[in-house]
Design a protein around this ligand. Structure first.
Ligand SMILES: [Fe+2]
Length: 408
């Protein structure tokens, strides 16, 4: 690993240097220490692979993997790289197989990734073949540790990662199980996009309630997320995970909305069904946006439920995979409601289109100024949960942890 010769600003909590978003050595170290280090990475919904032999492919950090149901109650995650010559042998996005087969030399693996067959291993008519000490047991696919937690599949490359529940911490376990409460999930649909900005900007975006009530015309105008509402910005003990909590208000003009350029009191929805909100979770909160570091945003915005997987593709870009889901026992009306509300999000969503664009504009703005700093001192320099949204504490918390994980 290259040594990183960078220094953090002396105002440690209040500033983030722009080199974190553009330095290729920093990015290479992030892959090793964060993505392939002691962290749980989001892979899939369990509901995407219901039958033994069902698989989907995805990418964790930059490593392609196969997520496969290898037994009735068992999901395996293996690297999509043949143990023979390194071929990314599975090219399908999803499918159903009896075993895993590399097309190059027909090496064949069980659904758990064990090598079952290597053609001509003992040679042909006494000639060639693998050396006599070749033991198939030592040449399976690389297996990841896996936990399936209330419908979501998580994997980690590291043996040092604690259990998923410990990884979240007790407070965030409560947030997680508010929505992922053990009920079976079902997939409503997918969105995919590439965002030309550093992957951490997506984490920051959902740790940043300050922007949500200013940038997003839709949120502000229709009262989904606004600074005059009851809300909270919480972080876990390490600072790496965050949640934005809020309660829906109305389209009303008051002392707070009066100062918001993007509050449009005269806009009306031509089809108000997108705001046909039904209360369904315990408590008064209508929004719970969780960032599980480093790989995913778990979205609960009114009745819209989505996992948003972050797949870094270099220091200056990431793929963003949205999986819109519902509970398997939802009524047809609720499925339709969730599907309508999904129009708020995704690459072209009434709300989320703004985020993709602003992340690109951020990268454009600072990629040529690595030695300058961003300010993240809104709400002070403290790093602890607060009960409002006029704060950048989620970003400060993430970078406190990031520096620790990166050894900076
Ligand atoms: Fe946003």
């Amino acid at each position: 690993m290259n040594k990183i010769s960078r220094t953090w600003p002396s105002d440690a909590a209040g500033r983030v240097p722009y080199w974190v978003y553009s330095d290729p050595d920093v990015y290479a170290a992030e892959l090793e220490r964060i993505w392939y280090g002691p962290h749980w990475l989001y892979c899939a919904l369990e509901a995407e692979i219901p039958e033994v032999g069902d698989f989907k492919t995805t990418t964790l950090g930059e490593r392609p993997v196969i997520v496969v149901r290898s037994g009735p109650d068992e999901i395996s995650v293996v690297e999509n790289r043949c143990a023979h010559r390194g071929v990314k042998f599975c090219q399908a996005r999803k499918g159903h197989v009896k075993d895993l087969l590399c097309p190059y030399h027909q090496w064949n693996y069980s659904l758990r990734g064990d090598l079952q067959g290597a053609p001509f291993r003992r040679g042909v008519r006494g000639q060639g073949g693998m050396p006599s000490d070749f033991d198939p047991k030592n040449h399976g696919l690389r297996k990841l540790r896996v936990e399936v937690v209330n419908g979501l599949v998580w994997a980690t490359f590291s043996d040092a990662t604690p259990t998923f529940r410990e990884y979240l911490g007790e407070r965030f376990w409560q947030h997680y199980t508010r929505v992922y409460d053990g009920r079976k999930l079902a997939v409503l649909g997918y969105n995919r996009q590439h965002i030309p900005g550093n992957w951490k900007l997506m984490q920051e975006n959902i740790k940043d309630p300050y922007h949500a009530s200013l940038l997003h015309v839709f949120f502000v105008t229709f009262g989904l997320f606004r600074a005059d509402q009851k809300s909270a910005t919480e972080i876990d003990a390490t600072g790496r995970h965050g949640i934005l909590i809020s309660r829906k208000g109305d389209q009303e003009t008051n002392d707070v909305t009066a100062g918001m350029r993007n509050f449009k009191s005269d806009i009306r929805l031509a089809d108000p069904r997108i705001m046909d909100v039904v209360r369904e979770f315990p408590g008064e909160d209508t929004v719970g946006m969780i960032t599980v570091f480093p790989s995913v945003v778990l979205q609960q915005q009114i009745n819209s439920l989505t996992t948003r997987q972050i797949v870094p593709t270099g220091p200056d870009g990431f793929d963003f995979h949205w999986t819109h889901w519902c509970y398997a026992d939802d009524t047809p009306e609720m499925r339709l409601r969730r599907t309508r509300q999904a129009n708020l999000f995704g690459p072209a969503g009434f709300v989320s289109a703004d985020d993709g664009e602003i992340i690109e504009m951020s990268q454009q703005g600072f990629s040529h100024a690595p030695d300058e700093d961003a300010l993240v001192m809104m709400g002070g320099r403290e790093i602890e949960s607060v009960d409002h949204m006029v704060t950048e504490v989620g970003i400060r918390g993430m970078y406190r942890y990031w520096r620790e994980a990166m050894g900076l």
